[in-house]
Design a protein around this ligand. Structure first.
Ligand SMILES: Nc1ncnc2c1ncn2[C@@H]1O[C@H](COP(=O)(O)OP(=O)(O)O)[C@@H](O)[C@H]1O
Ligand SMILES: [Mg+2]
Length: 347
């Protein structure tokens, strides 16, 4: 099986389906979602709010509340082992120790009544027998690693004494406490202003290269994707619509949804022009349209888009897209064009 034989694949989410049930109504939050994260790689999951990004991250950590959630299908292989078959005890060992998560809002994830030192210490001692001076030294080193000045003094601080950016650095320090192989970051910079956002992204990049960990980075912001990703999965209404290397996704997007997201970005070259944005909204997962879930918002849609669920199609070199219309109309004549979107120095 794919994901078991290839040793470089750390995480392999395969055909994952997650529903939320409220009486007779079934919300199909994820429908057959597959993606992979390899050793040392940064993978971005990108899509508008409500597409299922957070649900897919929670599933990896065994944190989908059941009920109302249910996982009727799929596998989540981490180092070849199916997370969906682990006991609660095994999951607790996995969380923090092997896979750690950084959430969007550090104020709700940090406990206001404990000091920074107590909380980082707890992240270490949850999995390792360390105490006294050694524990203190480990906490100081972690704070230093995430770029917090005067780390020894900061140990005594409570979360409210730190700035938003510093709180997020503390959350990252806690995530790194047991040197996990995979860090999942769910919109970790969304609540921060742009300058601090850039600093946190730089921190993730430095930590990743220093520690050799893999990063699953979840965001709705394509600018962040352009900055940090190696590979990209675009999500829409609980499915992956396009995937590929960052350069392919930005320079040769093959799905209308990806093209819409890119066109919505403020292009430096077209400053002053009105922003193009995708009309309509992400469908409620309990009432998704038949066929391609994007078709009601799609300018490329033809009749069969409202009738047939689109298969993933190969655009070459690991680049896949779920739009037969773009591929058949532009491929046949070899006209899939280089997208004239914003110019990214990072690509
Ligand atoms: N505990 C829950 N109960 C019911 N519905 C949920 C629950 N968690 C998430 N959902 C639904 O699943 C869908 C995907 O949500 P989410 O993964 O949070 O989206 P994203 O992170 O991409 O913004 C949304 O429609 C959301 O309302
Ligand atoms: Mg989310």
């Amino acid at each position: 099986m794919q994901g078991v034989l290839d040793k470089s694949i750390l995480l392999s989410v395969q055909e994952l389906t997650v529903n939320f049930r409220a009486e007779a109504i079934v919300a199909r939050a994820l429908e057959g979602v597959s993606y992979e994260v390899r050793q040392g790689e940064t993978v971005c999951l990108v899509g508008e709010s409500g597409c299922g990004k957070t649900v897919s991250a929670l599933a990896i950590l065994g944190l989908i509340p059941q009920p109302p959630g249910e996982i009727p299908g799929g596998r989540i292989l981490f180092m070849g082992q199916n997370i969906l078959e682990l006991s609660e005890e095994e999951l607790q060992n996995l969380r923090g120790n092997h896979i750690a998560m950084v959430f969007q809002e550090p104020m709700t994830s940090l406990n206001p009544v404990f000091t920074v030192g107590e909380q980082i210490g707890e992240a270490i001692t949850a999995h390792q027998k360390v105490e006294g001076d050694e524990l203190r030294e480990r906490c100081i080193r972690l704070l230093k690693d995430v770029g917090i000045p005067s780390p020894a003094e900061r140990l005594k601080d409570y979360p409210h004494q730190l700035s938003g950016g510093q709180r997020q650095r503390v959350m990252i320090a806690m995530a790194l406490a047991c040197s996990p192989q995979l860090v999942i970051a769910d919109e970790p910079t969304t609540a921060l202003d742009v300058t601090i956002q850039k600093q946190i992204l730089d921190l993730f990049k430095t930590l990743k290269s220093k520690k050799g960990m893999s990063l699953l980075y979840i965001t709705h912001d394509l600018n962040v994707v352009a900055n940090i990703a190696d590979r990209v999965y675009v999500m829409y209404a609980g499915i992956i619509t396009e995937q590929g290397k960052k350069r392919d996704i930005f320079q040769n997007p093959c799905h209308p949804y990806t093209r819409g997201l890119i066109a919505s970005l403020p292009a430096r070259s077209k400053r002053g022009e009105a922003l193009h944005s995708i009309p309509g909204t992400v469908p409620d997962p309990a009432y998704k349209p038949r066929g391609c879930p994007f078709h009601p918002r799609c300018t490329y849609a033809v009749k069969k888009c409202s009738e047939e669920f689109p298969e993933m199609l190969d655009c070459g070199d690991g680049h896949l897209s779920r739009c037969p219309v773009v591929l058949s109309s532009e491929r046949k004549t070899n006209t899939i064009r280089t997208h004239e979107g914003p110019h990214y120095s990072d690509l």
